[in-house]
Design a protein. Structure first.
Length: 114
């Protein structure tokens, strides 16, 4: 499975962005997908995850502002609203595969600044 993330950019505080993660390859092996982020000088953290049956999980810092969704096994989205400067980071998507392997896509930069 290969993952391609897109949708990052520069946005003002209070603005919105929608990130996309497109999967290719043996997508039927995907059991869950997730978004992580890493800000400069900080550890990577889980932002949101969604399972193949639609169950979701969010970091406390983004609850009520971010929404993870998927339209099929191929595409996963992260709708980010009410963005704050502290949301600035490189966002990466990953997938948990059958058998327990994890694959990562490349990151996309999100910058929240006025």
């Amino acid at each position: 499975v290969q993952l391609q993330a897109s949708g990052g950019g520069l946005v003002q505080p209070g603005g919105s962005l929608r990130l996309s993660c497109a999967a290719s390859g043996t997508i039927d092996s995907i059991r869950a997908t997730g978004w992580h982020r890493q800000a400069p000088g900080k550890q990577r953290e889980l932002v949101a995850a969604i399972t193949s049956n639609g169950g979701t999980n969010y970091a406390d810092s983004v609850k009520g502002r971010f929404t993870i969704s998927r339209d099929n096994a191929k595409n996963t989205f992260l709708q980010m609203n009410s963005l704050k400067p502290e949301d600035t980071a490189v966002y990466s998507c990953n997938a948990l595969l059958m058998g327990g392997a994890i694959t990562w896509g490349q990151g996309t930069q999100v910058t929240v600044s006025s």
